[in-house]
Design a binder for this molecule. Structure first.
Ligand code: GLV
Ligand code: MN
Ligand code: MN
Length: 427
């Protein structure tokens, strides 16, 4: 065992080993772009997700972790500490991706966690508290809404049975059936009865701020509120050549108007309000047929809960008026609704001072993306570390983070974890 705080402070991760794991996981569901860029399609609970899970579980077992798979397919690998009565420190993220995702989003946090474990093991470090590496099911929510589903259920925010009954947006499959099919409906109860001592998640920023400001480490103070709404517009199918414009009840026209309204709404509200119409399904989707039905999604986010509520209220009023104007039926269903989350101030300070001790420039910032950390924050002190994203790109196969930034982020993670894992019981 290494003795002394200074020797622990000298520990560093091996970035080449970490990058090899990122690339190996990225080979599963790999998508190649025309200019050498490459990313991933591992939508939650698909065959590629299963293959990715199998690889990460193999790595966990090879590192000697005790692997627990719970009833929602969340996977937690534990390295015991010297005192097994103390709550462990958890790190983690997700390994599912959107359909055209990068190989860093989520994967970095999980594989950097394994790199922390391997670094501790190779230096024969036994921490006081155990260290856990988790990957949570369906963080993206792209296939099964809401996002952060696995961690939401893990912390008791949604009943397991309700989660198992969620139906996929793409093929209508039931989540519980898909979990069984890929062999990840595990025996461990979910929600988990005991909270970790603390949770720390390393993640790429997925936006342009760190790169633009030349800052290496984002110290994340919280996550903005998220509101996802599914909008169903039912009009009347008709002939594109013969139906006079004044007699149409056209859901595709409405979809276009809604997308434009969402963009205008963000301009009117300001305050960093963002809004996206990301999915539009048209029926029957034919060149010479006025459509009968459109299903679309609206994603609204704001760091300010009252502003987010105002955006939702204005969208609701707009949809009512549009329905009357065009003579279509418009119904809505909430797919996800999470209030903004502020991380524990002492944990945020710890990330910041650790990054500065390691010589990195830092910047405090909110997260624009949703993360499992916002769910874990409900049950234990939580923090996040961001690393820059080249060109601010994410949810894009061209997503990229420089090796030096990955090394910086993973070393901050290592040092924060080592410190937390030495916390006395009263801390
Ligand atoms: C999920 O990661 C999201 O922010 O959409
Ligand atoms: Mn992510
Ligand atoms: Mn993502």
């Amino acid at each position: 065992m290494m003795a002394g705080e200074s020797r622990l402070h000298d520990l560093r991760i091996d970035v080449d080993r970490l990058l090899r794991r990122i690339d190996a996981l990225g080979e599963i569901g790999r998508i190649d772009g025309p200019n050498g860029e490459w990313g991933n399609a591992r939508l939650a609970l698909t065959d590629t997700d299963r293959a990715g899970r199998d690889l990460v579980v193999t790595w966990m077992r090879d590192l000697g972790l005790d692997v627990a798979i719970d009833a929602l397919g969340n996977v937690v690998g534990t390295r015991e500490g010297a005192d097994r009565t103390l709550a462990p420190v958890m790190v983690g993220s997700h390994i599912d991706t959107v359909g055209t995702g990068g190989r860093f989003d989520g994967n970095l946090g999980v594989l950097a966690g394994l790199e922390v474990i391997e670094t501790l093991a190779r230096h024969d470090v036994v921490t006081e508290r155990g260290v856990q590496v988790a990957f949570f099911t369906d963080e993206e929510g792209a296939r099964f809404a809401p996002d952060m589903l696995g961690s939401l259920v893990y912390v008791g925010g949604l009943a397991l049975e309700e989660a198992l009954d969620i139906v996929a947006a793409d093929d209508g499959a039931r989540l519980g059936d898909e979990l069984e099919r890929i062999g990840y409906a595990g025996p461990v109860p979910c929600p988990h009865p005991a909270a970790p001592h603390a949770y720390v998640e390393l993640h790429i920023e997925q936006g342009p701020i760190l790169e633009a400001e030349g800052v290496t480490i984002g110290v994340v103070e919280g996550v903005q509120g998220i509101s996802w709404t599914e909008v169903v517009i039912v009009g009347q199918s008709a002939h594109a050549g013969t139906t006079p414009m004044r007699l149409r009840h056209d859901p595709v026209y409405c979809a276009g108007v809604i997308a434009a309204y969402v963009r205008d709404l963000t301009r009117t509200l300001g305050h960093d309000q963002v809004g996206t119409v990301g999915r539009v399904d048209v029926y029957p989707n034919l060149v010479n047929v006025v459509a009968s039905r459109v299903v679309l999604t609206v994603d609204l986010r704001n760091t300010d809960e009252s502003m987010l509520q105002e955006a939702e209220r204005r969208l609701g009023t707009f949809l009512e008026e549009l329905s009357l104007d065009e003579g279509v039926e418009i119904s809505t269903r909430s797919l996800a609704r999470f209030e903004p989350v502020a991380f524990d101030a002492r944990m945020v300070d710890r990330v910041e001072s650790t990054a500065q001790r390691l010589g990195h420039s830092t910047r405090r910032m909110p997260s624009g993306a949703g993360h499992d950390a916002q769910m874990l924050a409900r049950i234990c002190p939580t923090a996040m570390i961001f690393t820059p994203s080249v060109n601010g790109l994410s949810h894009n196969i061209a997503e990229f983070t420089e090796a030096s930034d990955i090394a910086a982020g993973a070393n901050v993670l290592l040092q924060v974890v080592v410190d937390l894992a030495q916390d006395a019981p009263t801390d």
